[in-house]
Design a binder for this molecule. Structure first.
Ligand code: NAD
Ligand code: 0WE
Length: 271
């Protein structure tokens, strides 16, 4: 018997079979969960519907998390279908493409707002609505990245958004702890997805990460999915407000152990 048997949960943020959310969905299904999905735009419905069907789900409803009316409508449909909810997975982020390169200081007010709205506030907006349908034992998980706590080149405003997301995870854990609902974040190492494909030099970043990781490799969607299962299941009943790293140990290391180039003109200990 699976460890999520009898549980009903939402997994938000499946775009295609490369999505981290899809890795989580497969792990949750293997453990017996019943899953509902959202999709963003009709183009993605064509992708998400067959994926949902392959895990025995016909709950696939539209949701743009930037729109309060769509949030209300989506959660009303969840309530009509299930009446209650055991878990929520939030695997959504967005920043304007131009803000993920160049100087962080050049970010416009509009791009700053957009990144924080879609990537951080949306978790709070979903959590509030999901919590109404949850009882004690409910569990929520969001996806974050090391750029929240380190100045990773080009991650820029997304790093600020992830810092806000991680802080939101702690404040949600405070609020919802009163109701026996847990809230955690998974900080995943780099994985090739649609969101990552728009990023310049992602291959080099992945290579650097693999070299600097304790396990000397990158992580898989399946590994992230299995960690999410733990956080969504009753096995983690004493864990809330945490940022749980699933990054092959990269974050505890000193980075790439290879020789780094010093900036030109900098004092050097190399003779
Ligand atoms: P992905 O492109 O597969 O997923 C991102 C999802 O966000 C898509 O499904 C997209 O439709 C959705 N989305 C964007 N704007 C939305 C909106 N307004 N309303 C509703 N949905 C919206 O990419 P992914 O890498 O699987 O990203 C999922 C999460 O994992 C993100 O939070 C990302 O920051 C995080 N993450 C990714 C990596 C990585 O290296 N890929 C590492 C750590 C954390
Ligand atoms: O969170 C992310 C990706 C988030 C993301 C990616 C895009 C690309 C296309 C958000 N918005 C957009 N908007 C687009 O138009 N990751 C953790 C993956 C990622 O993105 C990076 C990384 C890593 C790792 C960007 C720069 C540097 C490293």
């Amino acid at each position: 018997m699976g460890i999520l048997e009898g549980k009903k949960g939402l997994i938000l943020g499946v775009a295609n079979d490369k999505s981290i959310a899809w890795g989580i969905a497969k792990s949750c299904r293997r453990e017996g969960a019943e899953i509902g999905f959202n999709y963003l735009g009709e183009t993605l419905l064509k992708r998400v519907r067959p994926l949902a069907e392959s895990v025995g789900s016909d709950f696939v409803e539209p949701l743009d998390v930037g729109d309060d009316a769509q949030l209300d409508e989506f959660f009303a449909r969840v309530e009509a279908r299930w009446g209650r909810l055991d878990f929520l997975v939030h695997s959504i982020a967005f920043a304007g493409k131009d803000s993920l390169k160049g100087n962080f200081r050049d970010v416009s007010r509009a791009d700053f707002h957009l990144a924080l709205d879609i990537s951080a506030y949306s978790f709070v907006a979903c959590a509030r609505r999901a919590a109404r349908l949850m009882g004690p034992g409910g569990s929520m998980v969001t996806m974050t990245y090391l750029g929240a706590v380190r100045a990773i080149p080009n991650y820029n405003v997304m790093g600020v958004a992830k810092a806000a997301l991680e802080a939101s995870t702690r404040f949600l854990a405070f609020d919802l702890g009163k109701d026996g609902i847990r809230v955690n974040a998974i900080s995943a190492g780099p994985i090739r997805t649609l969101a990552a494909s728009g990023v310049a030099d992602f291959r080099r970043l992945m290579e650097k990460n693999a070299r600097g990781a304790m396990l000397r490799r990158n992580v898989t969607r399946e590994e992230v999915g299995n960690a999410a299962v733990y956080l969504l299941s009753d096995w983690s009943s004493g864990v809330t407000g945490e940022v749980h790293y699933v990054d092959a140990g990269f974050n505890i290391g000193a980075g790439d152990p290879g020789v780094e180039d010093a900036p030109s003109g900098a004092p050097s200990d190399r003779t």
